[in-house]
Write a protein that binds this ligand. Structure first.
Ligand SMILES: NC(=O)c1ccc[n+]([C@@H]2O[C@H](COP(=O)([O-])OP(=O)(O)OC[C@H]3O[C@@H](n4cnc5c(N)ncnc54)[C@H](OP(=O)(O)O)[C@@H]3O)[C@@H](O)[C@H]2O)c1
Length: 323
């Protein structure tokens, strides 16, 4: 990499934006996405909007059977229809699943009759403006970004043997250190951006822990961040950022590119437990003081097990089944 590219990457602004994608894509291997996914079944959460829609669309275009996990029946049906209109042969199935609800996830998995899952894309996400607790008593970002995906992955582990799991995290996580206790603090004033960043950091660590745990089944687990892409979620949650960045935001397809690539590309076969940006492994730590220690990682695992319930120990401290 040239010194000039290194400086632009360090700037963040000229890396996470559209110009960053255009610069980075020059190094992409050509043909990596020219993959037939026929006969493969892929699950995408939050598939009705933004990056998730692009992921479902990209997988359908490659012949995969795509299971769209959406919480809103109307929005889900519209998205499914839009993809079907573009790819008439697409095999799409809409499942109404709320990723923030343990009961909803359990009920989905209980009724999911497909024997094999090749790709599981944990994309559903949100940045809440105010504190909301779910029916399970969890803060919404903890439930949606962490506990829900953990439960879904564990429940599907048998079907996922030999498959790929990808977490869509966020560059926002660079600002935070993993802090399980802070993530669970449900009192005082609420900062949605901080809650979002903390749980996105936790997703990256969780992906590493799951990678370790699931390697016996030959399941790879990676996380990535999309940079800054123009999606309905960004427009809604960060209206000022949306206005200031304007055309500098990536397209949704550019934002979704690395997640799609991780799901289909031959060159990532067998690679697991890594954090990716624009098809490259990158460090999950940019700022001093943001690296967690081993104890905190074990706390995260124990927390997910405890909150998802019904797997191993109910203790809040690390258990025997930790990776
Ligand atoms: N766009 C960016 O620049 C950017 C940057 C960093 C990270 N990300 C990450 O990328 C992912 C996609 O975000 P986006 O920008 O595409 O936003 P988006 O347009 O708002 O899409 C988010 C999707 O997640 C779904 N979702 C939210 N909570 C859910 C739940 N409890 N159960 C099921 N689905 C749920 C939403 O469903 P509804 O339509 O029903 O709300 C929607 O389909 C998120 O994880 C986000 O954190 C995006």
């Amino acid at each position: 990499m040239t010194w000039w590219n290194r400086i632009l990457d360090k700037s963040i602004l000229f890396s996470f934006d559209r110009s960053g994608y255009q610069r980075h894509e020059r190094a992409f291997l050509s043909g990596s996405l020219d993959v037939s996914m026929e006969g493969r079944s892929c699950l995408v959460s939050g598939a009705n909007s933004g990056l998730g829609f692009e992921l479902a669309r990209g997988l359908a275009a490659r012949g995969a059977a795509v299971h769209m996990l959406c919480r809103n029946p109307q929005r889900g049906a519209q998205a499914k229809q839009a993809i079907q209109a573009e790819h008439s042969a697409a095999q799409l199935q809409l499942h109404i699943v709320d990723l923030s609800s343990l009961a909803s996830i359990r009920s989905f998995v209980a009724g999911f009759e497909i024997n094999r899952v090749d790709v599981l894309l944990h994309n559903a996400g949100l940045l809440p403006l105010r504190r909301e607790l779910t029916a399970d008593g969890l803060e919404l970002t903890v439930a949606t970004h962490l506990v829900g995906p953990f439960l879904l992955t564990r429940l599907l582990a048998e079907k996922l043997a030999g498959g790929r799991v990808v977490f869509v995290s966020s560059g926002g996580m660079y600002a935070k250190r993993l802090d399980v206790e802070a993530m669970l603090r449900n009192e005082g004033s609420y900062d949605g951006v901080a809650a979002y960043a903390m749980t996105k950091r936790a997703q990256v660590v969780l992906a590493e822990l799951l990678a370790e745990q699931l390697k016996q089944r030959n399941i790879t687990v990676n996380s990535m961040h999309p940079g800054w892409a123009a999606t309905p979620g960004v427009e809604r949650s960060l209206p000022r950022f949306w206005t200031v960045m304007g055309k500098r935001l990536r397209t949704p397809a550019q934002g979704a590119d690395t997640a799609l690539w991780l799901a289909v590309a031959a060159e990532v076969e067998g690679l697991s437990g890594r954090f990716w940006f624009d098809r490259e492994v990158v460090s999950p730590y940019l700022f001093p003081g943001t690296r967690e220690d081993e104890l905190e990682r074990r706390r995260l695992w124990a927390l997910c097990e405890r909150l998802a319930g019904g797997f191993t120990s109910a203790a809040s401290e690390p258990s025997d089944s930790e990776p």
